[in-house]
Design a protein around this ligand. Structure first.
Ligand SMILES: [Zn+2]
Length: 425
């Protein structure tokens, strides 16, 4: 039986085509069949989306699903359900699992497990180097054959410029980007938070902004000569400026930031909230302002969550010993709507391009559009709903969010993957 879903009267926002207006969306047989006014159809599941936004399903190009390795933090089952609740229909999972996703067999395992127990599309990102050690290149071609979409040693910078150059050249043969975790360990090592007056006052070890921006400058410099680069989780003003200049010089570089880098400053660490401990660390208001400027002028192409689940035991310790990272899949939409669209007056088309068509283009995924014939990955959002972030509402296996108790605007109501409703609020 062909399943038919008709989404009525929503504000259809499709950044891929620039369309933004009231229309109906008809889904048939897992594909977008039609987007038009007053569609009539029989034997359909009808969803009334009046006063809501209807968008292509969101794509998170930076997720940690922790599978294989740490089921107490997250699994593909729990992580993809968290994604669905957050409006994400595709997630790209990073390679720092146990074992590391540095071989075709681990990539194959993730793809088959995602088919068996996942509720959204899962695209693995393979490791650049064997064991994430930064020494010997991993078998990229074979991982691509099994479904990897890009390569990253995320969690670990590649210290050797020579290895990074070889990685850019090798990945270039396959026409895929290297995603860099740009960090100069000599400057950041064993730091707990952003370096400045506040770290001194709190007695915590500082990570200077230069630990990121110096590494970004090196990586961009190598990309200029040797390949295509995507910079992960940009957090500092200087990184944004460096990438802006590089784009003017036609360097093949794109980049992402995460919602916490435009929503929070280092002030969130006051009170030693370990949920605000993240790498790169939360920065200053001046950094936040430049991140927003970079989002507005499209220096920053993508908003990705860097969803990093950790157990209570890993976070419920003194700040210096706590694990880095925060969950992000279930808070991204209300943060983007509240902090960018409401507070900064950014156009929803621009904001959601960074969560749909832009990551799809960078990773060459046939996703991120509501064009007829496309996979029916769709999200319906109430942009005016008031929400309070609650720990007990998270479906992720982990609850490490610094946004708990925050009052935000914007709520995901329905998520459709391949024509199937996988989440309803
Ligand atoms: Zn990283």
């Amino acid at each position: 039986m062909v399943e038919i879903i008709l989404i009525k009267n929503g504000q259809v926002i499709d950044p891929a085509s620039g369309k933004n207006g009231v229309a109906d969306v008809l889904i048939e047989d897992g594909k977008i069949a039609k987007v038009a006014k007053n569609i009539k159809a029989q034997n359909t599941t009808v969803i009334d989306a009046k006063a809501c936004w209807v968008l292509p399903g969101l794509i998170d190009m930076h997720t940690h699903l922790r599978d294989p390795g740490w089921p107490e933090q997250e699994t593909i089952a729990t992580g993809t359900r968290a994604a669905a609740r957050g409006g994400f229909t595709s997630v790209c999972c990073m390679a720092n699992t146990d074992p590391v996703a540095d071989t075709a067999s681990v990539v194959k395992y993730i793809v088959s497990k995602a088919k068996a127990e996942g509720v959204v599309n899962v695209f693995p990102i393979g490791a650049v180097t064997k064991g994430l050690k930064g020494e010997e290149l991993a078998e990229m071609g074979r991982m691509l054959d099994e479904g990897a979409v890009a390569f990253s040693d995320d969690g670990h910078p590649i210290a050797s410029a020579g290895v990074f150059r070889k990685a850019l050249e090798y990945a270039g043969q396959f026409n895929v980007p290297i995603i860099s975790h740009s960090e100069e360990l000599g400057l950041s090592e064993s730091g707990d938070m952003n370096e400045g007056a506040l770290s001194t006052q709190l007695g915590l070890r500082g990570i200077p902004a230069l630990a990121e921006s110096e590494a970004v400058a090196r990586d961009v410099g190598l990309a200029k000569e040797f390949g295509t680069l995507h910079v992960a989780h940009v957090s500092t003003a200087q990184s944004v400026k460096t990438i802006r200049d590089a784009k003017k010089q036609k360097v093949k570089v794109t980049c992402e930031t995460a919602p916490h880098y435009f929503s929070l400053t280092e002030e969130a660490v006051k009170g030693y909230d370990t949920n605000a401990k993240v790498n790169p660390p939360l920065r200053t208001q001046a950094d936040v302002e430049e991140i927003v400027a970079g989002l507005k002028d499209d220096t920053i192409d993508v908003i990705a969550t860097d969803h990093a689940p950790h157990t209570i035991d890993e976070k419920n310790v003194e700040f210096q010993r706590a694990a880095n990272g925060m969950i992000g899949l279930e808070t991204a939409v209300p943060l983007c709507i509240t902090k960018l669209i409401k507070e900064r007056k950014m156009n929803p088309l621009k904001v959601f391009a960074k969560l749909t068509v832009n990551p799809a283009k960078i990773l060459k995924l046939n996703k991120g559009t509501l064009a007829p014939g496309a996979d029916a990955d769709v999200v319906i959002i109430d942009p005016e709903a008031k929400v309070v972030i609650k720990k007990e509402d998270f479906v992720s296996a982990s609850k490490n969010s610094p946004f708990i108790s925050q009052k935000l605007t914007g709520k995901v109501l329905t998520t459709v993957v391949g024509g199937k409703i996988v989440f309803q609020a």
